[in-house]
Design a protein around this ligand. Structure first.
Ligand code: B16
Ligand code: MG
Length: 218
């Protein structure tokens, strides 16, 4: 099918910051004596910062006030941002960059739809500042995935209807969000197993065969 717009999730699709999220949450959790491991970290994929903290605090015997939770989340984010400083354009794979360039050449509008409030910093670190036609991220939404808000805003920023856009996601909650918003979804990794995914992808470059740009239609 032909899509005028393609909306990409960031973490797990364009780049891989899982390890940095893990290290930062781990340092915060160790600081308050709460058990945290990679299995729990997997549950945080695509989930907002505060919802991630709530999942981590399920293991805590102490209950935290909203103010204390804000402080813990801020503490994690400072550690995370320090780790992000290590990222560089070398962390953007050739496959992802070449695929994005080809999709753009074919006439698709490209947008980001990410829960992360650090989206702009990550794109800058990767050398993708100013690359996308629109960015919808954690700074412009009230509700996180699986709510469709982040993708609906991305489509609106592109000036397109959801039915004209494909969402590319790695998280199950991200495909839920896409479906709830009336988008077709392409799933990579765990998201490829979602029963409602339109295109299960084995690799990012498979997007070239499942999408066709407007220029192809003439
Ligand atoms: P931040 P995505 C998500 O990004 C991450 O997958 C998730 O682990 C993180 O908690 C969330 O962003 C919020 O990130 O703390 O940077 O605002 O997959 O939606 O691009
Ligand atoms: Mg993701």
């Amino acid at each position: 099918m032909s899509y005028k717009g393609i909306i990409f999730d960031l973490d797990g699709v364009i780049c891989f910051t899982d390890q940095y999220h893990y290290q930062a949450w781990k340092e915060m959790a160790d600081g308050i004596g709460v058990y945290f491991d990679e299995v729990i970290n997997n549950r945080l994929r695509g989930v907002s910062r505060m919802a991630s903290l709530d999942i981590i605090l399920e293991r805590s015997e102490k209950s935290y006030s909203e103010k204390e939770k804000e402080e813990l989340a801020a503490q994690k984010n400072e550690i995370y941002k320090k780790l992000l400083e290590q990222m560089s354009p070398a962390d953007l794979s050739e496959e992802v960059k070449n695929t994005l360039d080809e999709l753009r050449n074919r006439g698709h509008k490209l947008a980001i739809g990410s829960s992360s409030k650090n989206t702009k910093m990550i794109l800058k670190q990767l050398g993708l500042e100013g690359y996308f036609d629109a960015i919808s991220d954690g700074t412009n939404i009230t509700y996180s995935k699986p709510d469709p808000e982040v993708f609906l805003k991305a489509a609106a920023f592109l000036g397109l209807d959801p039915s004209d856009c494909l969402v590319v996601e790695d998280a199950l909650a991200g495909i839920d969000a896409a479906v709830a918003g009336g988008f077709h979804g392409a799933g990579i990794g765990e998201a490829a197993t979602h029963e409602k995914v339109t295109y299960p992808l084995e690799k990012f470059s498979d997007l070239l065969s499942v999408t066709r740009g407007e220029k192809d239609e003439v």
